[in-house]
Design a binder for this molecule. Structure first.
Ligand SMILES: [Zn+2]
Length: 257
């Protein structure tokens, strides 16, 4: 548990449970972390489900631009200030794909409306053994009526969003499931690894189906500490002009029924 976490804990009692940990805490701020699991911050019931961007722990999709974070100046080394430069792909860590990613003439990231990015969302737990979230798998779960659907898969269970090793066998949304979600009017689809598409898919059909209907895709969520059910979601991408994707901060809060 790092120094940063200790300062946030503020007298909370942390009870470690399995790899994730659970916190018994009355104040509004708490932090939960496991030895190898992602750090999860909470405030007033909001849970941070963003993967931390860090070249040492962030997976980079095969063939994508490498991540490089540098200190141009560093007060710890005697400089008058600390100043950093970041270099990374637009689809690094937790991020949003805008229609422009796979639709010619589609909206760029700063033009994605706020409406799909803020509101009720259902987290669906996909078992570790499932790699293809196809229509049959989707229909094993209660997804109908959900405005936004987030899949918690083997990637969260295995801590893959906090491991720099790229895994090809991540769970993905198959095109027939994407079509069901799009036809049902779902406003946003989220996954917990850096792509919603099957690795090596012959064509990016899942992206085309969702983005073609103007449905943004959140990729790279960190859902390890989140169980299935209904939440409020806020996920806001960095406002970059004229490009097809950007890193985002994502938070969830359990819905009171
Ligand atoms: Zn992406």
């Amino acid at each position: 548990m790092g120094k940063e976490m200790s300062s946030i804990r503020r007298g909370c009692t942390i009870l470690a449970v399995a790899a994730l940990g659970a916190a018994a805490c009355t104040p509004s701020q708490q932090a939960v972390s496991g030895a190898s699991g992602p750090q999860m911050l909470m405030s007033n019931g909001w849970i941070d489900v963003t993967a931390t961007l860090d070249p040492a722990t962030t997976p980079v999709y095969e063939g994508d631009a490498p991540m490089k974070f540098d200190f141009l100046k560093d007060m710890r080394k005697g400089d008058a200030l600390t100043l950093s430069a970041y270099s990374m792909g637009a689809h690094s860590g937790t991020h949003i794909d805008a229609p422009m990613h796979f639709v010619l003439g589609g909206a760029s990231i700063e033009r994605v409306p706020l409406e799909p990015l803020i509101g009720s969302a259902r987290v669906i737990e996909i078992p570790d053994g499932v790699q293809a979230i196809d229509a049959a798998e989707l229909n094993r779960h209660e997804w109908k009526g959900a405005q936004r659907v987030l899949f918690r898969t083997r990637s969260s269970l295995r801590g893959w969003m906090s491991s720099s090793t790229f895994h090809r066998d991540f769970a993905y949304v198959a095109p027939d499931a994407a079509q069901l979600l799009a036809d049902a009017g779902v406003q946003l689809v989220g996954v917990d690894y850096i792509s919603a598409e099957q690795f090596g898919a012959p064509a990016p059909m899942t992206h085309r189906i969702l983005l073609g209907k103007g449905i943004p895709i959140v990729e790279g969520l960190s859902l390890a500490g989140v169980s299935g059910g209904d939440y409020d979601l806020i996920v806001l991408p960095i406002k970059v002009g004229g490009h097809e994707g950007a890193p985002a901060r994502a938070i969830l809060r359990r819905r009171m029924q």
